[in-house]
Design a protein around this ligand. Sequence first.
Ligand SMILES: *Cc1c(COP(=O)(O)O)cnc(C)c1O
Length: 452
Amino acid sequence: MNKINLEEKDMPKYWYNIQADMPNPTLPPLHPGTKQPVGPQDLAPLFPMELIKQDVSKERFIEIPEEVQNIYKIWRPTPLFRAKRLEKMLDTPAKIYYKYEGVSPSGSHKTNTAVAQAYYNKQEGVKKIITETGAGQWGTALSYACNMFGIECDIYMVRISYDQKPYRKAIMNSFGGHVYSSPSNRTKAGRDIIEKDPQTSGSLGIAISEAIECAVQEETTKYALGSVLNHVLMHQTIIGEECLKQMEIAGDYPDIVIAPLGGGSNFAGISFPFLRENIQKGKKVRCIAVEPASCPKLTKGEFRYDFGDSAGYTPLLPMYTLGHNFRPAAIHAGGLRYHGASVLCSQLLRDKLIEAVAIQQLECFEAGIIFAKSEGIMPAPEANHAIAQVIREAKKAKEEGSSKTILFNLCGHGHLDMQAYQDYFDGKLKDHFLNEEELKSGIKELADYPSV
Ligand SMILES: *Cc1c(COP(=O)(O)O)cnc(C)c1O
């Protein structure tokens, strides 16, 4: 049996909130002005109250609303595959499984939280949601979800992706989303950046500033984030909850769980339910987050307070960061070009409950091609980071003659990222080695903000 399907009736009916089980709670987010912990009212202009509550909840399981479950069932439960052909190609004794989130309407895991967020906004009378998107997956997912609930959707898309991925924009438009290249002239944050650096390729941090600036201007307009925040990570845990059931059907259990990390949501989604088993039942699964070597916040950044965006509109978050003005090189894994990491993943890494590794992009694309050849699915460039680490672990298992079980998150397909693969074939992609100056300059700017 290579494909392990879960029946629709067995789809999990709750999300898992890891805050109920963390040995050390996360530090509070701080107000950018007062530097005091933010309260629910500070966030009310941006998010519906139910999501603000989920962010600070300590309840272990939160029920998925029936309306959300019904939309999930359009593509969920997603399949789990045993990658037998990949195992053979690598000639490894390791068993490799992957969870495939690319079957969702937007082609990635992001739809899991997009539908939930659109639902809670609708419940609270919101008419328009404004957001940013890096590679385009989040904008696609949110425009799909907003369309489902009859909410308008405006999207600030990082300029480099806007230029590289025109088809992403066409999909967002098809779902009814309005897409703007960021930085734009529509906001103060955008105009300031354009004035300083007219040729900028943009960044997620800038696009977030633009979206927030617009969202706070009207009561029935809210903001949404596709990663990083606690509630977003929680919505993704349906991935890992399904995996627990599917691994049981397969009669197996992972020794290693691997996922790429941009802000941390797909990593959290697949790994947090397994971390619960580690904490509660003494299991010893290694959970490994893989980041690009050109944006190495987990392995080379500092754990400290920083903003989530460039202009400093968001609360200060305690997280691993390269500094909110860090401008990652224009690697093609757009979804991983974020300067910080979610507070939950950062705290777990600090407490050594998870591991992190950084990999250069050529090794990642090479891994993606090996996967495409063996399993017949084009992975998103972000997912290639996980595959590269899977191949490293599979080779290690071969050298050691040990039979490890590896599970990874194939968080999206790469059908709209084929220009990146073409560039790889044409020899245009390069590895990028950050020097000390590049690494430290963004962090140095944080000297005046509270330390942890
Ligand atoms: C957005 C995205 C990522 C990175 O975001 P996380 O929140 O870290 O999951 C990774 N892969 C895909 C396919 C994405 O769309």
